[in-house]
Ligand binder design. Structure first.
Ligand code: AMP
Ligand code: GLY
Length: 421
């Protein structure tokens, strides 16, 4: 098979590495890919949002399958365009991807179908938000932009002034554009967070092994929220008992709810959960693999990913037995100094071999480019260094040993990935 993967981050590099293991795969293309991906696949200069360009390339090059990995092209209907053109594509249609694209939609869905989540109200008028926040007078309070905001549209306000500043930024200054036309004001929940990715064909849902993301920029969960600074799998808080509660109260009801709404979800559905004192609750849904969750989950997959993708598209996922390794995995993200705010690009990365790898771990490239035999930084999150081990401690030791051999000017990474607090 010839497969085209849409996207350019560490998640896409991980997907490509896993697809390469399949004996069914003859050639992999990436649009647009990155420096590390260029060592594993043929990168083509088509933007990840260019649905007509992707469809044209797929037709002209006899692509058998397109894997749409990022949230924006899914929300924009890339899978719809491909399917209309007779091209097989993995990922939800736009009408189902709205589960991530609109928090107002997902919160209303959960309320309507009784899926556990934080209590909330929706507003389109900044003055009304502040009236409500002041009347509630309960802090911290969580304020979320309705639409996609690169993972930065959630503000946990410790007091009235912080809430007012967040409302101004989102609704008046339009920091996230139209994503801030509506906001969700939510009850603040507490408890450990768990990420569970699941394959679903709209009929059955098959959760993958669990993971834990470290979202804050600095050690001890300090600093700004980022796309994710590191991950581990499995998540130690996700016991078999919790998994069973999640299946019954969250996973299966969500698939059924989307069907009832006429928005059947097919692809990878990401459940961002919090294990609260009242049981597991949904913090957010994503319509895709997480990044860097994919970097610790997919390496543990033992079943051919192509077989699973085809079963999802053809709605026969129930026939597939998906197997996982018992190993633990850890991913440490090496980021550009300054990320998630301003940072430099084009700095040389040392310590990588000609394939962009290092002994003892797998290097998934995120923001890199390859020029004249050198790897250069080209984004905020640069590399995700992933290792497997018989225990989490073992995986972490291997990942950090590899991190220690790689360097670039201003590199920043968390030293406490996998630490449970
Ligand atoms: P989200 O983009 O919705 O996943 O939110 C980003 C992060 O904000 C989450 O990973 C949580 O750490 C935090 N968060 C979001 N909603 C809540 C909530 N209702 N209570 C407490 N923390 C939250
Ligand atoms: N790591 C969180 C996400 O992919 O949304």
């Amino acid at each position: 098979m010839k497969i085209l993967v849409v996207g350019s981050g560490g998640r896409e590099h991980t997907i490509i590495r896993k697809l390469k293991e399949s004996p069914r795969v003859e050639k992999i293309y990436a649009a647009p890919g990155n420096g590390g991906i260029s060592r594993d696949a043929k990168c083509v200069a088509i933007g990840a949002m260019d649905k007509d360009g992707i469809a044209k390339f797929a037709k002209e090059n006899d692509i058998d399958l397109v894997f749409v990995a990022p949230d924006d092209p899914l929300a924009d209907g890339m899978v719809d365009t491909l399917t209309e053109n007779g091209i097989r594509a993995f990922g939800p249609t736009a009408s189902a991807a709205i589960i991530e694209g609109s928090k107002v939609f997902s919160k209303n869905l959960m309320k309507k179908y009784g899926i556990p989540t934080a209590a909330y109200e929706v507003f389109n008028d900044p003055a009304k938000v502040m009236e409500y926040v002041e009347a509630q007078n309960k802090y911290p309070v969580v304020i979320k932009a309705d639409g996609l905001a690169l993972g930065k549209g959630v503000i946990i306000a410790a007091n009235r002034d912080e809430a007012a500043a967040a409302v101004k930024e989102i609704m008046e200054d339009k920091k996230f554009g139209d994503s801030g036309n509506n906001v969700v004001v939510e009850e603040f929940l507490t408890g450990p967070e768990v990420s569970v990715l699941a394959f679903t064909d709209g009929k059955v849902v098959k959760p993958m092994v669990s993971s834990k993301d470290h979202k804050r920029a600095y050690d001890n969960d300090e600093g700004l929220n980022t796309g994710g600074m590191g991950t581990i799998s499995p998540n130690p808080y996700y016991t078999d008992e919790i998994a069973e509660i999640c299946r019954k109260t969250i996973f299966e009801p969500t698939i059924a709810a989307m069907n009832s709404e006429g928005r059947t979800f097919k692809g990878c559905l990401y459940f961002g959960l919090m294990i609260t004192p009242d049981g597991p609750k949904v913090i957010e849904y994503n319509a895709r693999f997480g990044d860097p969750e994919a970097q610790v989950v997919l390496p543990r997959l033992r079943t051919d990913l192509v077989d699973i993708i085809e079963a999802v598209i053809d709605e026969r996922l129930s026939e597939i037995n998906i197997e996982w390794s018992d190993e633990a995995t850890a991913c440490v993200v090496m980021a550009s100094g300054g990320y998630p705010l301003a940072y430099k690009k084009g700095l040389e990365i040392t310590g990588l071999d000609e394939n962009g790898q290092v002994d003892g771990a797998t290097v998934y490239h995120a923001g890199t480019k390859y020029e004249d035999g050198k790897f250069l930084t080209n984004g905020g999150r640069v590399l995700g260094i992933t290792a497997c081990g018989s225990t989490l401690g073992d995986a972490l030791a291997k990942a950090y040993a590899a991190v220690g051999r790689i360097s670039f000017d201003g590199v920043h990474y968390r030293k406490d990935i996998g630490k449970i607090n």
